[in-house]
Design a protein around this ligand. Structure first.
Ligand SMILES: C[S@@+](CC[C@H](N)C(=O)[O-])C[C@H]1O[C@@H](n2cnc3c(N)ncnc32)[C@H](O)[C@@H]1O
Length: 349
């Protein structure tokens, strides 16, 4: 995978703010939590037991609310998240967000992951804002810009233990596959935004690849994998494909002046423009490198596929080349062949 910090078309992500010392992130309960309505949500101080993460398929996963989020939280995943952040920013021509936000006092980053968005916004755009990143996993850096803090919290709780009407900007990126009810998140977030002036922004990737000129084969392995993932995550009740619905959910949840900006990200090095060609190549690498992390728990827990079956399926998705097996080998492998895509499976039943 490309090193996200060394590419010239990446947005700046770690510039020091002159005259400001960097914080060590406390990961402490929010001091505003005394304003909580006493509901069911919690924020936590970080201690060693929280880093004692469960391991599945040689990857670590979040411990707090274990099992609710299907993707890993280890160093490899942090690197993947950072690369994903850089590619989304590059596709957005460096913009960290699209809403017209002016001098916010309080910002919340939901599902902050590696914390790269919160840190970048503090470093480069709003050095005086208080930016809180929340996540199930305490995997954010300890050395952060002044004003940035990270807390462990489940955003699907209805009470965020924070003062209502207090955030000027709530941002959330790539929560696809995370939540049973994404619209509920929008409804909850609304009550924590400053009335009349607070903005919510959601940035989600539509993971079903599409093609403008009709040249993508229906059975392209990556498309097939995406369809399986959409199917499996819907069965698991945490749908991956939410991007096409967020605008409607936002309007239905009572937001106004709702705008949707759709930016196409090339998948592969096919564009003629050098900037897009480079972006497409990096995005292709990112998607392929993401396949195991995205697949193991979902296909194992929801589809009950074992590791061998998942690996075989991923091999075809990754378009890896190899030798054709002998007749004997093919007979043996037949037992492990991946099932047909959802469309064919449905047609048979
Ligand atoms: C794909 S990562 C995206 C990280 C970051 N927003 C970015 O764009 O780089 C999704 C993150 O959401 C977090 N997450 C998932 N479910 C969550 C929940 N219920 N509450 C808080 N964070 C959650 C995961 O732990 C993970 O770090």
């Amino acid at each position: 995978m490309a090193n996200s910090s060394t590419n010239s078309d990446d947005p700046p992500v770690s510039k020091e703010v002159p005259g400001k010392a960097r914080n060590t992130s406390p990961l402490l309960a929010d001091s505003g939590s005394s304003a909580s309505s006493g509901g069911d949500s919690e924020t936590f101080s970080l201690d060693d037991t929280m880093r004692d993460f469960p391991v599945h398929f040689d990857r670590t996963y979040h411990k707090y609310k274990a099992g609710s989020y299907p993707f890993p939280n280890d160093a490899q995943e942090v690197e993947r998240m950072n690369e994903q952040f850089c590619l989304i920013r590059a596709a957005h021509e460096g913009k960290m967000f699209m809403a017209d936000i002016k001098e916010p006092g309080n910002i919340l980053d939901i599902g902050t992951g590696s914390g790269i968005w919160a840190i970048s916004v503090a470093d480069n755009i709003f050095p005086d804002a208080q930016i809180t990143g929340i996540d199930l996993s305490p995997i954010q850096p300890h050395i952060v810009p002044p004003g940035v803090r990270f807390e462990q919290q489940d955003c699907s709780e209805l009470d965020w233990c924070r003062p209502a009407d207090s955030f000027d900007f709530i941002f959330s990126q790539c929560l696809m596959g995370s939540l049973k009810d994404y619209q509920q998140l929008l409804i909850t977030a609304r009550k924590y935004l400053v009335p009349g002036e607070g903005w919510m922004e959601c940035c989600e990737v539509d993971n079903i690849p599409s093609c403008d000129d009709g040249t993508m084969p229906e059975d392209w392995p990556l498309k097939r994998w995406s369809e399986w993932m959409v199917y499996a995550t819907e069965q698991g009740e945490r749908p991956l494909r939410i991007a096409p619905f967020v605008k409607r959910w936002m309007i239905e949840s009572g937001y106004v002046d709702v705008q949707e900006v759709v930016v196409k990200i090339p998948l592969g090095g096919w564009p003629a423009l050098p900037r897009l060609k480079k972006l497409g190549k990096r995005f292709h690498t990112l998607v392929h490198d993401s396949l195991p992390a995205a697949s193991y728990k979902t296909f194992n827990e929801v589809m009950k596929w074992d590791r061998a079956k998942i690996e075989l399926f991923l091999a075809s998705v990754r378009e890896i080349y190899g030798r054709r097996p002998s007749a004997d080998e093919e007979r043996q492998m037949g037992r492990m062949a991946p099932p047909p895509p959802p469309s064919q499976r449905k047609a048979k039943t």
